[in-house]
Design a protein around this ligand. Sequence first.
Ligand code: HEM
Ligand code: FES
Length: 356
Amino acid sequence: MSVGYVSVQWNRHKRIYDACVAGGIVLYLGVFFAAGKALYTGRNAISGEILAMRALATCAFLMLNVILCIGPLARLDRRFLPLLYNRRHLGVATFLVALAHAAIAIGFYHGFGNVNPFVALLTSNTNFTSLSAFPYQTLGLFALLILFLMAATSHDFWLKNLGAPAWKRLHMLVYIAYGLLVMHVALGILQTQRSPWLASLVGVGVVIVATLHLIAGQRERRHDERGSQLSPRAGEEWVDVGAVDDIADQRGSTVTVGAGERIALFRYNGCVSATTNVCAHQGGPLGEGKIIDGCITCPWHGWQYRPADGRSPPPFAEKIHTYRVRVVGRRIQVDPTPLPPGTAVEPARVEEVQSA
Ligand code: HEM
Ligand code: FES
């Protein structure tokens, strides 16, 4: 949460996560290097530089695939949410590993001539019209620039200064970087005449990333379609959005009313409140969060809002839209007109059914 900008704080979980990422990278590189040395011997032996370049390249590409899978996985199953919570650190680590790969590649392939290695990288191959001789390294360079832009702006300072929509659009460039890298690897394989195993692995990665996005997108669409059938009857402002008992205590749920924005409903301490589903931080789905310490807690990075007025608890100053809500029988009804961010709304009282 932020006053001016106060970034998401470091905590024990983040440190453990970062240690796991660093350990995983070192383990992957070590195993790749050792296996490469053991498997390629004699006439097939590969130099240390090339082996290191390939180890770093495949590690970064694998990490990018994992990053792209985390979003849809977290939408499909809440157990993946902790990965989403820490995804930015994984992104920065991916950039650093990719940078190491690029640095070795530039030094090894362009560092021994009279021309500046960066100039050589951009000018040594200009066969842009040939598929089999395409300057695939240039594609890697553009992808690396995008990863740099994302890593450099990953801090909450930039989120606050650019604004969430612009920041999000900038970070959507990751899909362009991914496309460039698939071409970088595919065209590189064509030119270096590597065995087809790498191409197959890249293909499998693309299929997994695309399939997960399609499944998660379809699920969201079905949810929105169900919601578009929820509309106020003529002359009425209230819409029936479901039963109180469909929401577990201290939990949220999401509804879409008409073509409007998604609304998050929360049940807590014998009350129901409704707010926008969109977190003020990075648009995280609040309805998938929980009530912790009396506050709606975003599942992505833990920003908090009071359910009754949509305001972050002091000293924080974020505000989100709230909605008028009432409970009739055990059905929840919402007025789908959003109230200005931070507007206090009396929570609807629910008679808790006592279990025998
Ligand atoms: C300036 C930027 C880059 C340059 C100059 C560059 C250069 C190269 C070169 C020369 C190769 C062929 C290596 C060989 O097998 O002999 C290669 C392969 C590869 N690159 Fe890059 N690259 C760049 C950026 C990236 C980035 C950002 C990524 C991914 C995150 C990446 C991922 C890969 C992968 C996965 C391979 C295939 C590795 C293999 O053959 O085992 N590259 N790159
Ligand atoms: S806390 Fe980051 S999106 Fe909600």
